[in-house]
Design a binder for this molecule. Structure first.
Ligand code: ATP
Ligand SMILES: O=C(O)[C@@H](O)C(=O)CO
Length: 422
């Protein structure tokens, strides 16, 4: 095992595991730090999925260090910390403190930060993060329920979270190739900088960066920063061969369901499209959950009444005004946890009701749902859309799971994803 990764949420972990698999590393995703022995077979990379993105920083640091120790015990010689391609965090939050703690753990003079994921529309130029060509602080991410992003300059954002001096390796150096990037690393570290933001606006940049960072004990970023690693590892002899990615996955027979707790613009569009196409859908109102009129039993009774084999959709996704109103009434964390707990209870009952194919939208939501399903490890299957594969549960009931990051996927995602299983 070469590369050990700590991901701060579940859909993000799947996104990274997909990238590594597509690029030729045999990769397994483990959901949570494994408590006992876990047979993961022969692999090149392991991604441990945490649910730490919005936890208090000290908790996130402790969990991430526990995951890093476990990855070391599996034999990892390189570490990566995976966060969101939209750098989701607050000024008190977690990317800076976790990266700093992992750097102390892994050793090394400096580490790098690169959330860029051009295939999903995330690019970084002069340290500014863009989403589909729009500065992140003008994108729908400014209204995220838990981690609103109101500053597009990642050097500033990161410096508010860490005492490590922050530097930048800008477009000109990245575009000039691995040697220029190595030169920029030398320049920045000579000036005392230990947390280097890396520009990237294309896959070619990510491959250049892969070559330049392959020897660092710790790297941090979105899934994109891992794109160039497998080829670089092969070139430097750290692995012997690349393994072709699977094109299919065995999916258990059974009913299909979408559980959507993400309120992102992309997920709301996917919900609207599925409903317009006639998918049976149940909207969850957090107020009704708080009042006790919507419970796991009322949702399961609704599912029992849905006839036919058509996938069903259960969603709490709501627009930013509705989310703010609910959060004002119930509290930000409380509202989130309440919806997550309800979806988790529903999920726990699904296998016994014959559901074998489940899409979950939203990282926090997926963390809660997958925990309830007991799916502690996942094998990565074919890609549905950039960043989202089908996966097969390696523990608990046999399940095909697609864990969709809130912002990922085309508008027809909930309609077309099933076709990849046939
Ligand atoms: N109607 C609602 N009102 C308030 N909070 C909600 C509502 N529906 C869902 N939530 C909460 O909002 C949070 C959404 O976070 P989640 O990580 O699941 O989605 P996301 O942030 O869009 O996805 P990702 O993290 O993959 O980008 C969850 O805690 C969820 O329970
Ligand atoms: O990087 C991304 O955008 C995703 O993998 C993710 O982390 C969303 O939760």
């Amino acid at each position: 095992m070469l590369l050990g990764c700590v991901a701060d949420d579940l859909t993000g972990a799947t996104d990274l595991a997909l990238t590594l698999t597509r690029e030729g590393l045999r990769t397994v995703q483990i959901n949570g730090v494994p408590k006992g022995d876990l047979d993961i077979g022969e692999v090149d990379a392991v991604v441990v999925a945490l649910k730490s993105r919005t936890n208090p920083a000290q908790e996130a640091v402790a969990q991430s260090l526990e995951a890093a120790r476990c990855l070391r015990a599996f034999g990892a010689r390189r570490l990566m910390f995976k966060y969101c391609s939209t750098f989701d965090s607050t000024d008190h939050g977690n990317i800076g403190p976790v990266a700093q703690a992992l750097l102390d753990f892994a050793g090394g003079d400096f580490t790098v930060f690169c959330p860029a994921f051009p295939r999903a529309g995330r690019s970084l130029f002069s340290g500014y993060l863009f989403v589909n060509g729009v500065p992140i602080n003008e994108s729908p991410m400014k209204d995220h329920p838990l981690t609103p992003m109101r500053d597009g300059n990642l050097c500033r954002v990161l410096q508010r979270q860490t005492s490590l001096p922050v530097g930048l390796v800008a477009y000109g150096d990245v575009d000039a190739g691995p040697d220029a990037v190595a030169g920029a690393f030398a320049r920045e570290t000579a000036a005392g900088r230990r947390a280097l933001i890396l520009d990237a606006i294309s896959d070619a940049h990510l491959r250049t960066l892969g070559t330049a960072i392959a020897d660092l004990p710790l790297i941090t970023g979105g899934s994109g920063i891992a794109m160039g690693l497998p080829a670089a590892y092969l070139k430097s002899g750290l692995i012997n061969a690349l393994t072709p990615a699977p094109t299919t996955i065995a999916a258990p027979a059974g009913r299909s369901i979408v559980l959507a707790g993400s309120c992102s613009a992309a997920t709301r569009g996917q919900v609207a499209r599925a409903i317009a196409a006639g998918m049976p859908a149940l909207r969850l109102d957090p107020n009704a959950i708080a009042e006790g009129t919507t419970t796991p039993d009322t949702v399961l009774a609704w599912l029992d009444a849905v006839s036919g084999d058509s996938p069903a959709l259960v969603y709490s996704s709501a627009d930013p005004e509705a989310v703010k109103a609910v959060q004002g009434r119930l509290g930000v964390q409380e509202a989130g946890h309440m919806v997550e707990a309800l979806l988790a209870s529903v999920a726990a009952a699904l296998p016994a009701k014959g559901y074998g194919r489940i899409i979950v939208a939203g990282g926090e939501t997926a963390g809660a749902v997958v925990g309830a399903l007991g799916a502690s490890a996942l094998r990565i299957g074919p890609e549905i859309d950039p960043g989202v594969p089908w996966t097969a549960s390696l523990s608990g009931p046999p399940l095909a799971l697609a864990l969709k990051s809130g912002n990922f996927g085309g508008e027809d995602f909930f309609l077309k994803a099933w076709d990849r299983l046939r």
